[in-house]
Design a protein around this ligand. Structure first.
Ligand code: QAP
Ligand code: CO
Length: 168
């Protein structure tokens, strides 16, 4: 059990393209447990391995009210079921203190491996669909601030750089 350090925007390591997980091992399960500890401690609803500086295609989330539904997705592949987009005020543990409206498809299907390496398929909608896509973006080196105007992104970057200098 361990709470890991979370990388913060504009850390260039958040731009790393994560590699597929070759085999789901005990080490993978230790990482998954540490990522849940980190996400619940924050508290957050989703965390990608990229955010803890591990560049493997793996993410955890729990969008339930009472934090009772941990979900793990290893090597997730998403397909859009309904092209209709919905708006959601997104935040991110790597962009602390900022929430901005982002549009994404509201219904997706995902193929992934579970913590035992077993493949599964799931259809998601609403917050779960949004959160999954947000987390998969991290695995591709992408952040929700990339969907905002350059001006908004710059404002956020300056503020976070200032916070980071103050803490250093
Ligand atoms: C991604 O984000 C997400 O700014 C998960 O000060 C969020 O768990 C997808 C958090 C919303 C869709 C909608 C953010 C915690 C947590 C902060 C999170 C903060 C403390 C963010
Ligand atoms: Co995020």
């Amino acid at each position: 059990m361990a709470v890991l350090d979370i990388l913060e925007f504009p850390d260039p390591r958040l731009r790393t393209l994560a590699e597929p997980v070759g085999a789901v091992t005990d080490a993978t399960r230790v990482l998954i447990d540490d990522m849940f500890d980190t996400m619940y401690a924050a508290p957050g609803i989703g965390l990608a391995a990229t955010q803890v500086d591990v560049h493997q295609r793996l993410l955890v989330m729990d969008v339930s009210e009472d934090k009772s539904e941990p979900q793990v997705f290893i090597n997730p592949e998403v397909s859009v079921l309904d092209p209709e987009q919905g708006e959601y005020d997104e935040g991110c543990l790597s962009v602390p203190g900022f929430y901005e409206t982002v549009s994404r498809p509201q219904r997706v299907s995902v193929n992934a491996l579970d913590r035992d390496g077993k493949p599964f398929t799931l259809e998601l909608e609403g917050l779960a669909a949004i959160c999954l896509q947000h987390e998969i973006d991290h695995l591709d080196g992408k952040l929700f601030v990339d969907y905002l105007s350059p001006l908004k992104r710059q404002r956020i970057r300056k503020k976070l750089e200032k916070d980071q200098r103050r803490r250093a």
